[in-house]
Design a protein around this ligand. Structure first.
Ligand code: 5GP
Length: 305
């Protein structure tokens, strides 16, 4: 009769196998995150070889690795597909497989949207301004909306290019005449608003428009135009955000404190957005945002039973 291995040897072997499997799953997530493989390819591999690392991967983790899917959308998709968070790819039932397959295939083959209104928001000092300036200079096809503000110009800022610098009375008049798509008081200091007519004209002509606004404004745009695509720009780390904020040197210490406090609250809003872009470097972040102004429209959530 074969001798059974002592239990601790089994345990060590099992622990080793678990570590190896975790590593393999992490590598797959990296591949999906960097677009080396699509989520669809990974799922199909997992179904054809259930014992593979792909098969052992949680569906939720696979979806979270997709570069443009945020946690809120993943949660909605999982709910609509009726797949529990703990479910692994190989463990899906036939109907769940069919639905997931259909969802992933539609995402990958989605038809490009004709025109898009893309909102770029994010915490203060994350570099939204730098990214949008880069887009203005390198991607002339993307129409960047010019906001009106009651803030005085900073050195180098040009009226009509960076902002329309207006007096409080003029801003009041614009509100009264419903000239704003959205407006908000930012950092409890000045008012900023997106003039509506240029945007409507551009969308009618089939041009994509990019708005670089704060989070309160992004929420208003979503209300007014639910088809708008909301993008959240993230700092690589919180420490980097603090460094960028204090390094800019254009605000007083009190103003910096106020902006940091706002940034903390703002970061918590990221799950409300359709897409997240990490601002590691300006050129890459700008390219990713521009891609979203041209990319296929987000695929609607699958219908539930
Ligand atoms: P800054 O004063 O540094 O140029 O901008 C301060 C903040 O105002 C930034 O977070 C910027 O995104 C936001 N902002 C700029 N234009 C608008 C706008 O038209 N509407 C809203 N809601 N926020 C804006």
């Amino acid at each position: 009769m074969p001798r059974l291995a002592p239990p601790d040897v089994d345990r060590v072997a099992a622990a080793r196998a678990a570590v190896a499997a975790r590593r393999a799953r992490a590598a797959i997530k990296r591949d999906v995150a960097t677009r080396a493989r699509t989520a669809l390819e990974v799922a199909q591999h997992g179904w054809s070889q259930p014992d593979s690392a792909e098969g052992g991967m949680r569906v939720r983790d696979l979806l979270l690795a997709v570069p443009t899917l945020g946690p809120t959308r993943v949660a909605k998709v999982m709910e609509a597909l009726k797949i529990a968070d703990s479910k692994r790819i190989a463990g899906l039932g036939v109907r769940q497989r069919a639905k997931l397959l259909d969802y992933l295939a539609r995402r990958e083959n989605a038809v490009p949207a004709e025109t898009r209104l893309v909102v770029l928001a994010g915490p203060t000092a994350v570099g939204k301004g730098t990214v949008s300036t880069y887009i203005r200079e390198h991607y002339p096809n993307v129409l960047l909306s010019v906001s009106a503000t009651t803030r005085p110009p900073r050195p180098g800022e040009i009226d009509g290019v960076h902002y329309y610098f207006v007096a409080d009375e003029e801003f009041d008049r614009m509100i009264e005449h419903h000239e704003f798509l959205e407006w908000a008081t930012v950092h409890n200091a000045y008012r900023y608003g997106t003039p509506r007519p240029p945007i409507e004209r551009a969308l009618q002509k089939g041009r994509s428009v990019l708005l670089e606004i704060d989070i309160q404004g992004a929420r208003q745009v979503r209300e007014a135009m639910p088809e708008a695509v909301l993008v959240f720009l993230l700092p690589p780390t919180w420490e980097e955000l603090v460094r960028r904020l204090t390094g800019r040197g254009t605000e007083s210490p009190e103003e910096q404190e106020r902006r940091l406090a706002t940034a903390k609250v703002e970061l918590a809003a990221q799950d409300e957005f359709d897409f997240r872009v990490v601002n590691h470097d300006v050129a890459t972040a700008a390219a990713e945002v521009v891609e979203l102004t041209l990319a296929p429209a987000p695929v609607p959530l699958p219908a539930g039973d």
